[in-house]
Design a protein around this ligand. Sequence first.
Ligand code: DAT
Ligand code: MG
Length: 140
Amino acid sequence: MATERTLSIIKPDATRRNLTGKINAKFEEAGLRIVAQKRIKLSKEQAGVFYEVHKERPFYDELCEFMASEPVVVQVLEGEGAIAKNREVMGATNPADAAPGTIRAEFAESVGENSVHGSDAPETAAQEIAYFFSGLELVG
Ligand code: DAT
Ligand code: MG
C-alpha cells in the first residue's frame, strides 16, 4: 500500500476537554505521522464551505455552528494507507457504534460532537488538505 496523506481535524468538543495530546497519541500508536498541525478558529462560513457536501442534510446548520464554536486543531497525517487507517482509528461516526479503543468510542460525546474528522477518500483528502494548508506548510 502506498504512503498517503489525509486531513484530520480535532473538533471543538475535544479541544475544549484538552484531549489533543491523547488523540495524537492514538494516531502515532497506529503508525500515522503528524506532518503538519495548527490550531485555528473557524468562522461558521468557513465550516460551511468545508462541510458543503452535507448542506442538504438536516444537521448541517448545527454542524457548522458546532465547528465554529471553539478552536479546532487541523492536521495532516501521513502513513501507509493513511486515509483508511485514520478512519479505523477514529471509529464509526456515531460513538455508540464505534469499536472499543477507537477515538470516538473513548472520547466522543454524541454523533454530532464526535471529536474528530478524517478525509474519506484520496480526492477529498487532497481537497481538504489544500483548504487548510499551503504548499509551504507541507514539508516533502
Ligand atoms: P464522518 O465524520 O464519520 O465522515 P459524515 O461525513 O457522515 O461522518 O458526517 C460529517 C459529520 O456530520 C459527522 O462527523 C457528525 C455530523 N453528523 C453526521 N450524521 C449526523 C447525524 N445523524 N446527526 C447529527 N450530526 C451528524
Ligand atoms: Mg465524512
